[in-house]
Design a protein around this ligand. Structure first.
Ligand SMILES: [Zn+2]
Length: 279
């Protein structure tokens, strides 16, 4: 269902979390992925339908705590989480990160405040995943200074300089979910990486500028904005290709091919994470 023209079979959807080690700001996560809290939040009805629609496998060694421990980081040492959007599969681990500031988009927060339980569930929101002190700990992305993105990314408009040192930009990628953002950073390999969250599910959708498959359009918050975002991502990619510029990389959250193509130093698990579908 996720790939236009794809075969009818069970597909693999890894669920990526990014660890960013900022020299001054410390350990920062891009999303949290799944956690035990997701299973508790979807035990009852109607939330159980979410779990049925997106069956999850979460082996202990792939839990956030185990993965961070292998990098020498304890959960309480994580200083911030950048929530690309508030779908349950991206924020289920927030409750396990007691000291993290939580960045999220203003539109995502507004929907959270105004929506009823069913309305939110239909949009893949599970409010019980948010920590009790979420109000105190969250920061609106739009409250960070707005700034022009580095030249290669100008097709995506302006971004927000999260830390104020030009190292981490929140990039509006609207459409998939309310208040959906990507995160742009410069990695040790000197390339500029854009973590695109769920703006696309597969890298090939950017490269080939494929429209989303029909069934998945039903899950999209704003179809026109989603198509516009994908066209802009394609423009960035195509411009770089034309200029023979290898200095950019785009990484969707659920693309197994992109994950396996990462340098070994950037991967943590074997890449065979088995989440069969994801919102
Ligand atoms: Zn999503």
């Amino acid at each position: 269902m996720a790939v236009r023209g794809g075969a009818w079979r069970v597909a693999e959807f890894p669920n990526l979390v990014g660890l960013i080690r900022h020299p001054a700001a410390g350990a920062i996560l891009f999303d949290t992925g799944y956690a035990e809290h997701f299973f508790r939040a979807t035990d009852g009805f109607p939330e159980r339908f979410y779990r049925w629609a997106t069956p999850v496998s979460l082996p202990p060694e792939e839990c956030l705590q185990a993965q961070l421990a292998r990098r020498g980081i304890a959960m309480h040492e994580v200083r911030a989480v950048f929530a690309s959007h508030l779908h349950g599969d991206h924020i289920a681990g927030l409750r396990d990160l007691p000291n993290a500031t939580i960045w999220c988009g203003g539109d995502a927060l507004r929907l959270l405040r105004d929506g009823g339980r069913l309305h939110l569930l239909r949009r893949a929101y599970l409010p019980t995943l948010l920590p009790e002190d979420f109000e105190r700990r969250h920061r609106r992305i739009e409250d960070a200074p707005q700034c022009a993105l580095p030249a290669r990314w100008s097709a995506l408009g302006t971004g927000y300089d999260l830390i104020g040192d030009g190292s981490l930009w929140a990039v509006p990628l609207p459409g998939h979910a309310r208040g959906h953002y990507g995160l742009l950073l410069r990695h040790d390999d000197d390339r500029e990486w854009l973590l695109v969250g769920d703006a696309v599910w597969r890298q090939a959708e950017i490269r080939e500028h494929r429209p989303p498959a029909l069934p998945t359009r039903l899950l999209i918050d704003d179809a026109a904005a989603h198509l516009d975002t994908r066209a802009r991502l394609h423009r960035v990619f195509a411009d770089a290709q034309r200029a023979n510029d290898g200095g950019i990389a785009l990484l969707p959250s659920h693309c197994p091919h992109s994950y396996r193509a990462l340098p070994a130093s950037m991967r943590e698990t074997d890449g065979d994470a088995r989440t069969e579908r994801s919102a």
